[in-house]
Design a protein around this ligand. Structure first.
Ligand code: KIV
Length: 293
């Protein structure tokens, strides 16, 4: 009787090898600025565990967001409001370990969850330190206006910050639901003012969620030092982000209109993520006629 050859890795599966693409360089803030200057779009996806993060990295995703959307995706919550800092650190740690194991290059962003940065800039710093000790290179905080001094406080202390305007899911109850933001002139003007304040405070990145494509495109031109990353914000932003499970066609609720199911035509998860990266880089996703407002 022959014994089957031992396979490397754990009995439960191995992480994929690092992509052999020769141009892979560690992603950093200067590298993202170079990409922007060269007109190359930034591809971002969420991930919540080691294996998906390693696959996303190998498929060419530059930025991995450990989003508090994990509350819905991984924990079965009805919103992100109940996600704790402890849970965020747990997932950040797994993602960071997964990317390191394959010698990955992705820039790792972690969401500061609801309540972990609202009390004071000092509280935000304590929370950011915990998330960075778990592997984050940058933290994301939602909202404008009151957040600008907090962003400045963090940036001055060496914490890179990604801001988040438009639909800010942590305040879904105050907003009255998951709806498009910045639609009328007054709302667009407020969003523009907040975005400029956040850039001025040192935010190096800004997620724009569910805002009209025209507004997102014009904000992108007005924010040369803050890379706009759109989700349901049209193709005019510096980069795009989607929730991983959505773009793989796995959404337990109603699929948002701005999502495309990349798994439909791909033979594998890696194939689907590669197709997403390609479509973002080529300006094929999002298609403003289908995915934007
Ligand atoms: O939590 C998250 O996944 C996010 C993205 C939707 C941008 O904030």
């Amino acid at each position: 009787m022959t014994t089957p050859a031992a396979t490397p890795g754990t009995p439960y599966g191995t992480l994929p090898p690092a992509s052999p693409l020769p141009q892979r360089r560690p992603i950093s803030l200067p590298r993202l600025a170079q990409m922007r200057e060269a007109g190359e779009k930034i591809a971002m996806l969420t991930a919540y565990d080691a294996t998906f993060a390693a696959v996303a990295d190998a498929a060419g995703v530059e930025c991995i967001l450990v989003g508090d959307s994990l509350g819905m995706v991984c924990q079965g919550l009805s919103s992100t409001v109940g996600v704790t800092l402890e849970t965020m650190c747990h997932h950040m740690d797994s993602v960071s370990r997964g990317v390191r194991r394959v010698q990955g290059t992705a820039w790792l962003i972690g969401d500061l969850p609801f309540g972990s940065y609202h009390e004071s800039p000092e509280q935000a710093l304590r929370s950011a330190v915990r998330l960075m000790q778990a592997g984050a290179h940058m933290v994301k905080i939602e909202g404008g206006g009151w957040t600008a001094p907090t962003v400045r406080f963090l940036v001055e202390r060496g914490v890179p910050v990604c801001a988040h305007l438009g639909l800010t899911p942590q305040t879904v109850h105050a907003l009255g639901g998951y709806r498009v933001q910045g639609k009328d002139e007054a709302a667009a003007a407020l969003l523009r003012r907040q975005a400029l304040e956040l850039q001025d405070a040192g935010a190096a990145m800004l997620v724009l969620e569910m805002v009209p494509a025209k507004l997102a495109a014009s904000l992108t031109l007005e924010l040369p030092h803050c890379h706009t990353i759109g989700i349901g914000a049209g193709k005019g932003t510096a980069g795009q982000v989607l929730v991983l499970h959505d773009m793989l066609g796995m959404n337990l609720g109603k699929m948002p209109r701005f999502v495309h199911d990349f798994m439909h035509d791909a033979g594998s998860v890696k194939g689907a993520i590669e197709a997403y990266v390609h479509a973002v880089k080529q300006g094929q996703f999002p298609d403003d006629a289908v995915h934007a407002w």
